[in-house]
Design a protein around this ligand. Sequence first.
Ligand code: FUL
Length: 489
Amino acid sequence: MEIKKLLIIIFIAGILLACNSTTPEIIPMAVVPSSQQLAYQEMEMIGFIHFSINTFTDKEWGYGDESPELFNPGNLDVEQWAKTAHDAGMKQLILTAKHHDGFCLWPSEYTEHSVKNSPWKNGQGDLVREFVDACHKYGLKVGLYLSPWDRNHKNYGKPEYINYYRNQLTELLTNYGEISEIWFDGANGGDGYYGGANEIRKIDRKTYYNWDSTFKLVKRLQPDIIIFSDAGPGCRWIGNEHGIAGETNWSTIKGDSLFIGASKQAYLNTGDSEGTDWIVGECDVSIRPGWFYHQTQDDQVKSLHDLINIYYGSVGRNGLLLLNIPPDQRGLIHENDVQRLKEFSAFLKSSFDENVASDKNASASNYRGNLDLYHPNKMLDEDKNTYWATDDDILKSSVEIDLGEPAQFDLIVLSEFIALGQRVTSFTVEAVHDDHWHIIAKGTTIGYKRILKVQKTKTNKLRLNILDAKSCPLITSFELFEEAVINIQ
Ligand code: FUL
C-alpha cells in the first residue's frame, strides 16, 4: 500500500516535471512598455488644469501682450482643485505652467512675464509650488505643460529662444520634486506679440526645437518622467480633442515617422499593430467647450452621459483619459463642474462595483502546457498579474465561463497582460440564450483594458473567442458588470 502511494506520487511529479520542462517560457513581444509606462496606464484617469492669464481675459489663446497685472485670482484654492480631482478618481493633475501666451505661473528667473509681476500675493506667489504641494497632499502625481510656442517672447523663432525654453524646462524639472509627466503641445508658430514685433513667425516644426536633445535634457533631470507629445516617446496624443480613442487602438506606433506638430491624426487614433515603439494613447478633452474657463460656458458643462461615453471611449479602449477641469477667475473649480464630477465618480463606483464573473469557473479549448498557472480561471480571479495563456502555436482559442446561476450584466471588461506586449487583434463574446449561443460583443484590440457596453443580458454561460492574435494571447481579466442607473433631473 505504501509503495503504491509512493509510485503514484512519483508518477504525478513526473508528469508535472514533464509539463514544466516542455512548456516554454512566454516570449515577450518585440515591443513592450517600460515599467513607467505600465504605472502610467494603470492611472487610467488623470486631470488637466488650464489656468492662466486667459482665465482673466476670457480667451483661449492669449496673444502674448497681456499685462501680468490682470492675473489676480481673489479666492485661489489649489487644494480645492486637488481634492476635486482626487474625489473624482483622478490619479494625476497636469498644470499649464505656461500656455502659448508665454505667461508663467511660477516666478521664472528668465522672464518678467510671470506671476512675479502680478498683484496676486503681491508678486510673491508661486502657483507651480502651490500646485505641487496640493497634489502631494491628495496623493496625486504631478504633470506640467510648458508650451513650446511662446507668443510673448521676443526671440521666439530664433535659436536663442531654444535656450530660453530649455532654461525654463530646467527650472520646472529641477525645483519642484518629482514631475511624472511633461506635456509638449503641438500648436506652434503664427502671429503674436513677440516682444512688441507684432508679427507672424513660422518655424520648421521638424527641426526648430531639436526635440531629441530636449528629450535627453528632460530625461536627465527626471529619469522616470512620461513625455507627452504627438510622437511620444512616453505617451502620444490620441489624435483628437474629444477624448475618444479608435475602436482599434494599439499602444504601438512607428515613433520615427512622426514629429511634434505634424501629427497624422487618424494614425494616432488607432496606433499601429506593426509599431516599433510602445507609446500609449492619451485622450484629452475638456469638461467644457473651452480649455480655459469662460463664464458664458457655465451651463455647458458636459453631461454625465457625455462623460460616460468619453470614459468608455478612452479608458475603455486601451487609452488614458485626460479630463480638463479649468478653474475660474476666483481660482476655484466651478460648482457646476464639481457637481458633474461627483455624479461621474458615483456612477463609475457603483457601475464597476460587483463583478458577477468573479471567481466563477472557466474551461478553455487550450491552456499553456495544461499548467494551472495559465488556467482560464486566472481571468476570473481579479488578480491582474495572473492570466490565461495558450500554447505558442495557438492564436485562436475559446474560453467558456460558467456563472453557475444566471446573472445580469451590460458591461464586459477584458484585459491583456500587457507587460509582455499587446497581442489580440480580433475577438467575440457569446452568451447562451434559449439554449443557443449568440454573439453579444465583438472587437479588434483589447490591450490594457477594453470595456464593451452590451445589451442587458442574463445568462449563466458565456464564451470568449479569441479569433486572432499576433502571438499567444494572455488574458488577465474577463469581468461582467451592470451599469448604474442614472437618475439625474
Ligand atoms: C492645444 C492647445 O492649443 C489648446 O489651447 C489646449 O492647451 C490643448 C490641450 O492643446 O493644442
